[in-house]
Ligand binder design. Structure first.
Ligand code: ZN
Ligand code: ZN
Length: 339
């Protein structure tokens, strides 16, 4: 159900009146075939991740493989963080057409679903964070240790097998109306094949050997995808259960510092729920946010504009410990009042 008419995308959350009356969950549940596909894409890379440790130990990891794995991790990971999350879901900045397309393609290479499906699920998560209707809250079954253990597993990966399908017409009318984005969303199966095979092709040509293609497929495809999946899913599970509440929120989102670098800054998830459209999530001094630095660079290159950088005055009102300093990129036009 996509349209190909061009329209200016509405900002995140600004739903049309037609969308307001639509149901949030599609009447048709996820099919058995789709669930099997999800299972394959969850299980196979994960098995590779387990096998990776003894293989690396036995010198089965060459530097070509390492370079390719890190490069594809960055491209697909930033595609999720800068693209699908901060831009397509939350409208933290405006992008020129070429950069918008690049972000949609890069995010698709993470194999976390088509752009519009990802955005619709994530907008539903923000609408109902840790309440009934949230597609992946770890608090779904209760708060005693048994219910929470079950909830953590559900928030991490179990929710992918849930029958509920978020309505795209309800949660994502803006991008459904954008012909570039709806087309890239439909091309998802093709982009999955690119993401699976491109590392093997480059690895094979680089080393001019079949063995180079096979090891690149193992490291830069299977291990890279498994690792990125589990880091992304940790934002839904770990960052809604453990960590610090540095900003006041009505949900259980928390800031988790040890996941910051691997998640490109997504694990500053407590601030993100306190101020969802903010382009930098690690707003406090010392909180590394690679995605925010990427947006900063793109702004300098003229690829993005109207970036919603952190606003000191707005954030101070939500800060739990007001003595903490904000990092760079923060607008201080109306700084904290003296004293
Ligand atoms: Zn979000
Ligand atoms: Zn969240």
């Amino acid at each position: 159900m996509t349209t190909t008419t061009d329209a200016t995308p509405a900002p995140a959350g600004d739903l049309t009146s037609a969308a307001v009356t639509r149901p949030e969950i599609m009447p048709e549940p996820r099919s058995a075939f789709e669930r099997v596909l999800v299972a394959v894409f969850v299980a196979v890379p994960f098995l590779a991740l387990i096998a990776a440790v003894p293989l690396a130990w036995g010198r089965g990891l060459g530097w070509h493989d390492a370079v390719l794995a890190i490069a594809f991790y960055y491209i697909s990971g930033l595609g999720i963080s800068v693209g699908l999350h901060r831009y397509f879901t939350h409208g933290s900045f405006k992008a020129v057409r070429g950069f918008k397309i690049a972000l949609a393609v890069a995010g698709s290479l993470a194999i976390e679903g088509p752009v519009i499906t990802w955005v619709a699920d994530h907008r539903r998560h923000h609408k109902y964070s840790d309440k009934d209707g949230d597609p992946h809250s770890p608090w779904r079954f209760g708060s005693d240790w048994k219910a929470l253990s079950k909830g953590l597993a559900f928030a991490h990966v179990g929710w992918l097998f849930d029958g509920d399908v978020t309505s795209q017409e309800k949660f994502c009318p803006d991008w459904l109306a954008d012909s570039d984005v709806s087309r890239i969303s439909r091309w998802f199966p093709g982009l999955v094949i690119v993401s699976l095979l491109a590392p093997a092709l480059i690895g094979g040509l680089w080393s001019m050997s079949w063995q180079g293609a096979v090891t690149a497929f193992f490291w830069a495809t299977l291990v890279r995808i498994a690792f990125l999946h589990h880091i992304t899913w940790s934002i839904n599970s770990i960052c809604h259960t453990f960590g610090k509440e540095e900003f006041e929120v009505r949900d259980k989102s928390r800031n988790v510092s040890w996941l910051a670098i691997l998640s490109f800054g997504e694990s500053w998830h407590n601030l993100h729920h306190a101020d969802p459209t903010c382009a930098r999530h690690g707003v406090l001094k010392g909180q590394i946010d690679i995605a925010a630095r990427t947006i900063w660079l793109a702004e300098r290159l003229g690829w993005v504009s109207d970036v919603r950088w952190p606003d000191a005055a707005r954030l101070t009102a939500k800060e739990v410990d007001e003595t903490r300093k904000f990092g760079s990129m923060t607008r201080r036009t109306a700084a904290k009042p003296a004293g």
